[in-house]
Write a protein that binds this ligand. Sequence first.
Ligand code: GLV
Length: 310
Amino acid sequence: MNILFMSTVDKADLWKQCLTAELPGINIYVYPDCPVAREDIDYVIAWKPPAGEIAKYPNIKAILSLGAGIDGITCDPDLPRNVPISRLVDRCLTQGMTEYVVYWVLHHHRRMDDYARMIAAREWDNYIQADTEQTPVGVLGLGELGGDAAKALSALNFDVLGWSRSAKSINGVTCLHGADGYDEIVSKCRMLVCLLPLTEDTRGILNADTFAGMPKDSVIINCARGGHLVDQDLLAALDSGHLAGAVLDVFHSEPPDPSHPFWAHPKVTMTPHMASLTVPQSAARYMADNIRRVERGEAPLNLIDLSKGY
Ligand code: GLV
């Protein structure tokens, strides 16, 4: 069996080692090196493959995404429509994202930035401690990642609201959907976390209308994709004093241009797309299981519906 590894993230040797341990006897080639005929490649494992490249391997049985988000694959206009694409669902990836979300929600809930400023100024005071149960936190997107983060926030006793395209039900989470549900979650939440897939429907969803609908002094946490956010609208909402802060892990271009105002904005916390990173040792097991399924003639797990875009 021949697998082509196509990734902009330079961990190919580790992946090779982990995948070979799971699937002894396979051949893994690291794009662009492909010493066998292109027709002989059975699977492509991909993260942001260059546009038009996957189509050059005509017999692949499945495309396995190295990330939870598959927009970096589906944005390829030449992507073969008949090859199943599977998103990565992995315990470590989900855990990492939940940790990131909980960390920043707690950070803002406990006003850690204000305390850091106070200490830097050699001041000593305290703020009224907000009641967690009375603090509404919204999670946009209730898939694998959003659902887990919402449950963790609920376990910490936040008043958790979640929003998804179709109706969902999660214990301890007020689940909303549709346009009315969106207005409701936006209008209620003091902290709003974006974990939506990037699709034509969700591109630019974090825009001036959303920010205007949010309560004053609320905080936005985007750990989905830069394309969800209209940067200028966020800057305007922060600078007008309406929003208190933003935590951004993802950007339109990564890294953003050095002149981008986010870098030095006092109300913006940036992280370098590290909210959750794929752990090869753990994810390789999932990839191998998925490949074994396809080899048995079964559909891969966590198949993408291209008509929905996720
Ligand atoms: C990371 O951004 C991912 O999609 O897993």
